[in-house]
Design a protein around this ligand. Structure first.
Ligand SMILES: [Zn+2]
Length: 539
């Protein structure tokens, strides 16, 4: 039991549930398992793995993670509805430490508009749901959604009632990012003063970043006695996101005296690797100036700062980059590096690969890259692993592209793709607004998958003129948002790979491939092919 007296703060990670709900961040099963393993290595206490009732994919992910990780508790989310709770119970059943997390809106605005229920009805639903969950697992968490806009005295009543009903953790969420830190701290104090049975449960908070205050509010709540912090890696989540785990954890570690010696079990030297992994699999880029894990977080540019830093690190640096896992050594490998060095560096970067996978990467993409590029950096290695191991199923594979372009001309791309299981590759050509657009249009013609592009970015992964270029994009396919990423020393090839990975991601969803194929075949029937006269489709 973690009352106020205990100094241990449990870390509840919701990257795979709230984080995945951020636009463009959807992950497939392989990616979620990869992330869950990284969270376990990081020392996370509770992994919220998903919201099982929402889709068969979500259910499968929660079940697979429950079977995979052993040390952390695995939580499944459920509304206060019987079928939600039963589904969540089924999904976490195989976990070593299962938890069901039920939530219900308690604020006047949620009661009136979302639920159309009275205070008494909300109270009854909360109690009955906790009891139902409790029949399935010992460990039950309850969240009064929109707690920060709920009448404080009603909140006291609800918290007391759900603890009586058997909730072992009660989370006080700032669902809409409304709270101001000191006010939030006072609300938590109010609960500790007025909920008679509060020591029987762990009190948690879950803060959103709509006003950029989520981490500050979380820390204020910890000062007031909260012992479970809900958060995500890189602060991803609904709208402006959640409180960032790396920021909460490092604040406690850097200023322990200010938090009464509160501590977490997070292995902070793994934070950077976890941040990179989540960024890679979600396609959500970490801002350069992001606290703790941003590219510039430990860079010193101005003369005075750099000078001071060189004389004594602590003049301008309050955290040791090594403490969060940022490697200072930049150059790692080259053409003459052996397989042993390659394997060791990948291990240091936090990848857990089989001997077979390492061989495949070393003799394939690593050797190829070493021929094209003298110096191979950590980012290059991550790019290799990302594109080869963590990739989505390769329904379509890129065989080749050829692009003709110039000023005032008409950019034209010829693309050759091979579909999984088919003997012959398919070739088609298209024109576009530019060479990249022409490549995308040609791929659309071959695969029959229409993506509408929301965001497209190109950047150099590493320095120097032989740097690898990385293309990232976000697109909408039907109702789903998909992201894609591609890396190559050629930026057109990187863009082509990114677009194709988004297509593969779109068709990897159950039923999606069939639908795309039907659309494609229907379209092929409608228009007679005119050889040599590829038409640009508008978007
Ligand atoms: Zn949330």
């Amino acid at each position: 039991m973690a009352g106020k007296a205990s100094k241990r703060v449990y870390v509840f990670d919701t990257t795979l549930r709230d984080g995945e709900q951020s636009p463009g961040a959807s992950m497939n099963l392989t990616e979620k398992l990869e992330a869950a393993r990284a969270l376990e290595l990081l020392g996370v206490d509770i992994i919220e793995a998903g919201f099982p009732i929402t889709s068969p994919d979500d259910f499968e992910a929660v079940r697979a993670i429950s079977r995979e990780v052993r040390r952390p508790t695995v939580a499944g989310l459920a509304r206060c509805v019987a079928k939600d709770i039963d589904r969540a119970a089924e999904a976490v059943r195989d976990a070593k430490k299962p938890r069901i997390h039920v939530f219900l809106g308690t604020s006047p605005i949620h009661r009136k508009h979302q639920l159309r229920k009275t205070k008494r009805q909300v109270m009854r639903m909360s109690i009955e749901s906790v009891e139902r969950a409790k029949a399935a697992t010992r460990d039950v968490q309850f969240s009064p959604m929109d707690a920060t806009r709920t009448e404080p005295d009603f909140l006291v009543e609800v918290v007391e009632a759900v603890i009586d009903a058997g909730a072992t953790t009660v989370n006080i969420p700032d669902t809409v990012g409304w709270a101001i830190p000191d006010e939030f701290g006072r609300l938590i104090e109010h609960l500790f003063e007025n909920v008679s049975n509060i020591t029987k449960a762990v009190i948690a908070v879950h803060c959103h970043d709509d006003l950029g205050l989520s981490v500050a509010s979380t820390l204020a709540a910890i000062k007031a006695g909260v012992r479970q912090a809900e958060c995500t890696i890189n602060g991803i989540g609904e709208r402006a996101g959640n409180a960032a785990m790396e920021e909460i954890v490092m604040a406690l570690k850097t200023r322990p005296d200010d938090f009464g010696g509160c501590w977490t079990n997070i292995r902070t030297e793994r934070l950077y690797a976890a941040s990179r992994l989540v960024s890679r699999i979600t396609g959500l880029v970490v801002a350069r100036n992001k606290a703790v894990v941003g590219e510039n977080a430990f860079a010193h540019e101005s003369g005075i700062h750099a000078d001071g830093y060189l004389k004594e690190r602590t003049t301008f640096e309050i955290m040791d980059p090594k403490a969060v896992g940022v490697a200072k050594s930049k150059l790692v490998l080259g053409k003459h590096s052996g397989r042993h060095q390659f394997r060791r560096r990948l291990k240091e970067l936090g990848f857990r690969l089989s001997a077979e996978q390492i061989d495949k990467l070393f003799f394939g993409p690593f050797k190829e890259l070493a021929d094209r590029k003298k110096e191979i950096f950590d980012e290059d290695l991550e790019a290799i692993v990302e594109s080869e191991v963590l990739a989505v199923p390769e329904t379509w594979r890129l065989c080749g592209i050829q692009v003709a372009t110039g000023t005032g001309g008409m950019p034209t791309a010829t693309v050759e793709l091979q579909e999984n299981g088919k003997k012959e590759p398919v070739r088609d050509a298209a024109t576009g607004d530019g060479p990249v657009d022409a490549i995308f249009r040609a791929m659309e013609r071959i695969t029959g998958v229409r993506l509408s592009l929301r965001d497209y970015q190109l950047r150099a992964v590493t320095g120097g003129k032989e740097a690898q270029g990385e293309a990232r994009l976000e697109a909408v396919c039907g109702k789903q948002t998909v992201s894609g990423r591609g890396v190559s020393t050629d930026i057109l090839e990187a863009s082509a790979k990114a677009y194709l990975s988004a297509i593969n991601r779109a068709v990897s969803r159950p039923g999606a491939a069939k639908r795309a194929r039907r659309r494609h075949e229907a379209a092929a029937k409608r228009k007679k092919p005119k050889p040599g006269k590829a038409k640009r489709s508008s978007r």
